[in-house]
Design a protein around this ligand. Sequence first.
Ligand SMILES: Nc1nc2c(ncn2[C@@H]2O[C@H](COP(=O)(O)OP(=O)(O)OP(=O)(O)O)[C@@H](O)[C@H]2O)c(=O)[nH]1
Length: 858
Amino acid sequence: MSDVTVRSLATLVGTPVDKLLEQLAEAGMSFSGPDQVVTPTEKIKLLGFLRRAHGRSEAAAADAAPRQITLKRRKMEELTVPAGKGKATVNVEVRQKRTYVKRAEIESPQDDEREEAQRKLAESQARNEAENAALEGADQKRRDELARQRAEEEAAAERARQEVEEAARRAAEETAVASEERPRRAHDADEGRAPVVRREPAPAPRSDKAARPARPARGGGRDNAGGRTGRGELHLSDAGSARRGAKKRPTRREAGRGATGSHSFSRPNAPVVREVAIGDSIVVADLANKLALKGGEVVKALFKMGVMATINQSIDHDTAALVVEELGHTAVRATDTDAESTLIALTGEIQGEVEPRPPVVTIMGHVDHGKTSLLDYLRRTKVAKGEAGGITQHIGAYHVETPKGVISFLDTPGHAAFSAMRARGAKLTDVIVLVVAADDGVKPQTVEAIQHARASNVPLVVAINKIDKSDANPDRVRQELIQHEVLAEEFGGDVQMVPISAKQGTGIDELLDAILLQAEVLELTAVRDARAAGVVIESSLDKGRGPMATVLVQRGTLKKGDYLVCGTQYGRVRALFDESGQQVQEATPSIPVVVLGLSGVPDAGDDFVVVEDERLAKDVAQQREAKRRETRLVKQAGNRMEDVLAQMGQTDGQPQQLNLVIKADVQGSVEALRQSLTALSNDLITINVITSGVGGITESDANSAATAKATIIGFNVRADASARKVIEANGLDLRYFSIIYDVIDQVKQVASGLLGKEVREEIIGVAEVREVFRSSKFGAVAGSIVVEGVVKRHKPIRVLRDNTVVFEGELESLRRFKETVDEVRAGTECGIAVRQYNDVQPGDQIECFERIEVARTL
Ligand SMILES: Nc1nc2c(ncn2[C@@H]2O[C@H](COP(=O)(O)OP(=O)(O)OP(=O)(O)O)[C@@H](O)[C@H]2O)c(=O)[nH]1
């Protein structure tokens, strides 16, 4: 494209050059002469000037500019083109082509200008929109505020009116919904406005949309509500209809929220009220678990109620129920353990054909009147001999077979065993054989036996023993018995009296006949073909066989392979042995049998019952064990010396009582302890010695302690087995000492409220000395069997003889089959050598203990 000069431009537009130069000058462009080149921009500028001069807009001129330039620049040219065989010359009008590259170059400054202008325009628009939105938001807020105030006024008026109209409850609900929605609507409106402000260049429609959620609060809301009135009315009560028009009804969405979502939105969650099942007692940690609380919180709550308990302590039902209520939950009494009730349901009703069963007999009588001799005679002569390798030990019961029938004897002569059985409600015995020595007559224990028989409604058969003796006088016995209302048949009574000699065997068959006759009168029967149930007579831990229990089957048939629950133990019958040590496959009613296969050693007097599956057996046993443990813990609580102190100050200024039972090895110690301990009484605590004496701790000592909730102090003496049972059953606090100063110090510290560390002795095992060997290295070595716990090497020990400490020292050597071992567990034999002590004797007990430091707690 050729350059356009002022002259050529003047020619093109038909304007004299001078005029054009003038016009260019007027348009702000000075040209030195007519031959100066005019750029397209300058031409556009000139055109704009000329247009303005003619009253036309610059924009229109700008729009037209490219067209004008293109269209007006044309020229006629001649072109030679092929035509047939020759060539032809044609005239063509050539429009001068605008080079768009060039045009872009021209336009680029103009584009920049336009973009700048557009940017400013957009900014201005955005500012306007933001301002509008802000204004709209402010307006909206104002409108919402007004709407809220109006709604409040309306609601207040509504409430007042509805109170008058006695539609209080429904009105209150609606008002609550309305008042809950208001803050939410305001919140919605705020949220709607906020994004507009933040998104500055947001387009206008969006700001409208954002503002929309607030609309229902204005007149539009009423329109909406009006549109939905038909649907809404279906759910309106009369009271609701009466209010129509007076108040904006919530939109469907709002109503939905009001009905369901309002709680989670405007109110805190309602506290969860848990229903907690509590049995007779519960451990604090378990209770916390049930309440979904931390143990510490429950301990704290208990503390506030004045109950001091640690997390592992058991609290009784009433205390637990109180703390549960205190914590805002509900306590219910736990129905008896599930597994136990399942067991009762399963075993409660034994159906089947009843058949006669042998009688179970207990032999009673005064000391030395011949009970053991009678049992021995029967065993020797009437019980089949055991095979080698069978169980040869005493099993507590046996049965004898006579031509006229079978009789089972409980081989536990003595009143204690009988009363223990009776105390457990176990009616084991069908007949009591009362042995009275013909040379000695009726004695106190004879009378006691009569009373037992009467109390438990068990018939008597009297065996008048020792008739072989020259001074025997059976008639005197009969006479004396009349005084106790035991009338012989010979005298018209109903009691059979058989003269016997246990030593010579005289009259034994007659005695057995008499027992069977008595049994016939009793018409003893039991179901035979059923799952077995019965009672444990005796139990022990055999080192080879594990726990062994002699049980008496009372109904059903106990078979090898049966699953059974036995007190707190369970298991599967691995083997059954009869009293002669022979394996048997089953045991029928009234037959005693030794059971192997239990998980542990049950207590004498425990019931056993056969169940179908092991799972149930295990569950029941475990639940019973847990219950027993809890009961023991509850009993223990409050019995310890420290607990007595903890209760101090809770008895309205009355001094607290600390009761003690003191037993010591010698009278001197008893007196010393009694005097020094009672002297420790002060204003806060009175120390009473309930019982004291020389010798081991007996059952009667333990019973006294249980009655008085006393702490038992054993000074160089120990509790015997029956005392330990009472102590354990009652959770009594039993403490052994060997230094008088320690006793006084401990009681003094407790009494004066001193806390701190306390060194306690814990007996970890007891071994019984069977034989004593001599060793060149160790001197006397006690061949012993560990009967309880575990005996450990290098631990302190005490040697006890008749439950009295005879030596205290250290266990020097502990061996099993010539091998030195570190410890020996219960039921295992071992050799024990005690450092610097060679006087050990068979029958002694070696008690192994540990000294542990425990923190005193209140
Ligand atoms: N002559 C004679 N002596 C007998 C007879 N029965 C028992 N004895 C003796 O009486 C003493 C006591 O007999 P036990 O069988 O131990 O009496 P117990 O009633 O079992 O005595 P405790 O177990 O202490 O209650 C023993 O010395 C027996 O030998 C008998 O029929 N005739």
